[in-house]
Design a protein around this ligand. Structure first.
Ligand SMILES: Nc1ncnc2c1ncn2[C@@H]1O[C@H](COP(=O)(O)OP(=O)(O)OP(=O)(O)O)[C@@H](O)[C@H]1O
Length: 353
């Protein structure tokens, strides 16, 4: 019924743009976050990828209003998100952060954990929404169990269900995939994807939730995010579409954070049958899938061969110093075999130092 849907939209509030401007945070003498600026639009999924200690969790906590920034500001549309030292109850009512530890209430059931997030809603809507969330998050079967009686994946999904129950404007997730096996990763991935997409497209009639998640593994980030940022030593060093960051990483670190890659000095390009570069010490990157096995190309020796299910990953030595990784579906190869390889010149991408 259109009337009810419009009503729901009003109850859940307007769409929000989250903006961080030059955020910085130093712990003792450790600069955890350094002048980070970003914008998260309604209905957008952003992923931040970075090594352990690069400042991802601290940044999430700053964005959620749970840590005071030393400098810079967070705002939701035109409203500043206050830090914990400025308010009685830390956090912002329209921003949810799901921690790595889930933080479920230990002594109440899964159902009650989710229901609690809806305590200010009318009972009939609350019951309807809890059932809907249990179904969406595949928790119906375990709804009467307490957290210690469910698996890690079920805990993770309960935490997400609780966080999205009242359709926050912004959902922040700290390593949502890190402790999950493949089936659970896919469930959580699809859940986030559907939630943001459906609501962004107006299918549920409520406001568009935007989602920012941090991870040290880019695999999920590449497939579900609209925007991918790379964090290093507290800095957001690159941000763009997953395709752009994957294909055109600015640095060796950004290349390595977004997937398997070969990084070599430009002076070795002739070994691959490519023209030598004007700057021989420049670093270049080549993704493994951009190298093909071919007759008549540069010749190398297979040093290692790893079965990956749908394909093999090969390590091919072109010289004593140059080892390349590439992918193939060929099944007739063995270690020590000499093979020809080919690389298109346009696949080569020069990195900044
Ligand atoms: N409460 C704290 N007190 C002191 N230093 C801290 C504190 N929290 C984080 N740090 C430091 O700040 C830096 C960034 O930590 P943060 O947890 O934000 O990184 P991260 O990228 O989320 O790491 P991980 O992936 O391992 O969770 C690290 O050097 C960490 O040791």
């Amino acid at each position: 019924m259109p009337g009810r849907i419009q009503q729901a939209k009003r109850e859940f509030g307007p769409d929000y743009m989250l903006t961080a401007t030059k955020l910085s945070k130093v712990y003792a003498d450790v600069p955890a976050v350094r002048t980070v600026s970003l914008t998260l639009a309604p209905g957008q999924i952003m992923a931040l990828v970075g090594a352990s200690g690069s400042g991802k969790s601290t940044l999430l906590s700053l964005l959620a209003g749970l840590t005071d920034a030393d400098t810079g500001a967070v705002s939701l549309n035109d409203e500043r998100v206050a830090g914990p030292s400025e308010v009685l109850v830390p956090g912002h009512k329209d921003i949810r952060l799901v921690h790595q530890e889930y933080q479920l209430m230990p002594n109440v059931s899964v159902r009650e954990n989710i229901r609690y997030a809806l305590r200010f809603f009318e009972k009939s809507y609350r019951d309807f929404r809890v059932d809907e969330l249990l179904r969406l998050c595949r928790l119906t079967e375990v709804q009467d169990r307490v957290p210690r009686q469910i698996s890690g994946g079920e805990k993770q999904r309960t935490a997400i269900a609780r966080a999205i129950a009242d359709r926050p404007a912004v959902l922040l997730l700290d390593e949502p995939f890190s402790h999950l096996d493949l089936p659970n990763r896919l469930i959580v991935r699809d859940l986030l994807f559907d939630m943001v997409r459906e609501e962004a497209n107006g299918l549920t009639g409520s406001r568009a939730t935007s989602c920012l998640f941090v991870t040290h593994d880019a695999t999920d980030a590449l497939s579900i995010a609209d925007s991918l940022g790379i964090m290093r030593d507290g800095k957001l060093i690159q941000i763009g579409s997953p395709v752009a960051v994957y294909q055109r990483p600015l640095t060796a670190y950004a290349a390595q954070m977004t997937g398997p890659v070969n990084i070599l000095k430009a002076r070795h390009l002739p070994l691959l049958g490519l023209p030598s570069s004007a700057s021989p010490n420049e670093l270049i990157c080549l993704r493994p899938e951009q190298i093909v096995l071919t007759e008549g190309g540069a010749v190398g020796t297979i040093r290692a061969l790893f079965f990956k299910g749908s394909h093999y990953e090969l390590e091919i030595a072109l010289s004593r110093y140059v080892l390349l990784r590439l992918l193939t579906t060929r099944t007739d190869l063995h270690i020590g075999q000499q093979v020809g390889i080919g690389v298109a010149n346009e696949s080569v991408w020069t990195l900044k130092p």
